[in-house]
Design a protein around this ligand. Structure first.
Ligand code: SF4
Length: 322
């Protein structure tokens, strides 16, 4: 780990004033400190933001507002949290990490591609232009959707998948003002610039997440398929919510994780569900186009089938609760 300046900000204006080139905000530290120890990140200044008033979970007129410094475990337990969000959080990381990690940090966590975390390997995301060791190396856990010749890393956050399904937004503040950005527009597929992972601008800080009012999304769930039953990232996951009335699906939300370079909303699957009865035959037919456009690698072609089965399992188990 390299030497760095450490400052604990007491107010939001102070934190924004301290932010500059080469600085990093510290909340739970569960990603940042790891990557600093590995020499993947080397900020010259670390700004502790844990004293800032960015806590609270409340129902507002525009939806459910979740403070960026709320811990994952607290959001998962909160009665106002939609089931798909609570389950995505409960299936993430380990209890110790969920008690430390913040919601804002979860949404900004870096990829878990092993080559990204090893400074001796080629990685365009860590060192632009150096190549991508995963293309010819071990790519079993990598993405099949949204990939490029420069990077095939999956987005690691389960929470982001649930939030993209619910069309949530995040509020970002900087010295220039504030803006509300839809999560679906925030994350960037790698293209030719995998080092640019999202739309966060220099000096910006996430202050809260806003989940639009969606009463029928109380009928929602998150299914995560992984190599072991805890403390593991998704091979494939599905966030689903259904509005079923009179034996017909009126509205549906479906997004996938573990398969895309960004949280992957599936509008074609949602469209195929609308107007149909909530049966297994409907679910299987709707999931059929889920992997359209996939570019499987040598080690992860199994994800094409796994993704469709994960969606069917999520929809079937959700309807089983009704
Ligand atoms: Fe780096 Fe992306 Fe290739 Fe992994 S997949 S080695 S993160 S460029």
């Amino acid at each position: 780990m390299r030497a760095f300046d450490f400052t604990a900000a007491r107010t939001l204006p102070e934190a924004l004033r301290l932010a500059g080139p080469g600085s990093a905000f510290l909340a739970g530290g569960t990603t940042l400190v790891d990557l600093m120890k590995l020499d993947v990140l080397a900020p010259g200044r670390v700004i502790d933001i844990n004293r800032l008033p960015l806590h609270g979970i409340r129902q507002a007129r525009d939806g459910l507002r979740i403070g960026a410094l709320e811990r994952m475990s607290d959001v998962a337990r909160h009665p106002k949290t939609y089931p798909v969000i609570a389950e995505a959080l409960a299936l993430s990381a380990s209890p110790q990490l969920r008690n430390m990690a913040s919601i804002g940090g979860n949404l900004l966590q870096r990829t878990r591609c092993g080559y990204f975390r090893d400074v001796h390997m080629a990685c365009n995301r860590r060192q632009p232009g150096s190549g991508c060791a995963a293309l010819t190396g071990d790519n079993r856990t990598h993405a099949i959707l949204g990939t490029s010749d420069a990077c095939v890393a999956t987005h690691p956050s389960d929470l982001a998948v649930a939030l993209v399904a619910l069309d949530a937004s995040m509020r970002l503040v900087s010295r220039s003002g504030e803006r509300l950005v839809r999560l679906a527009a925030f994350y960037r597929p790698p293209g030719d610039t995998p080092q640019v992972e999202n739309d966060l601008r220099p000096g910006e800080l996430i202050t809260e997440v806003v989940v639009p009012r969606l009463p029928w999304a109380r009928h929602s769930t998150y299914v995560k398929v992984r190599d072991r039953s805890s403390y593991e990232f998704a091979l494939a996951s599905a966030a689903v919510a259904l509005d079923v009335r009179g034996g017909v699906i009126r509205e549906a939300r479906v997004a996938a994780g573990g398969v895309g370079t960004v949280p992957w909303r599936l509008p074609a699957v949602e469209a195929a569900l609308r107007g149909k009865p909530p049966t297994r035959a409907t679910f299987e037919a709707a999931a059929a186009p889920a992997a359209d456009g996939a570019r499987p690698l040598r080690g992860n072609a199994f994800k094409v089938t796994l993704l469709k089965r994960t969606i069917v399992r999520a929809l079937t188990s959700l309807e089983g609760r009704s």
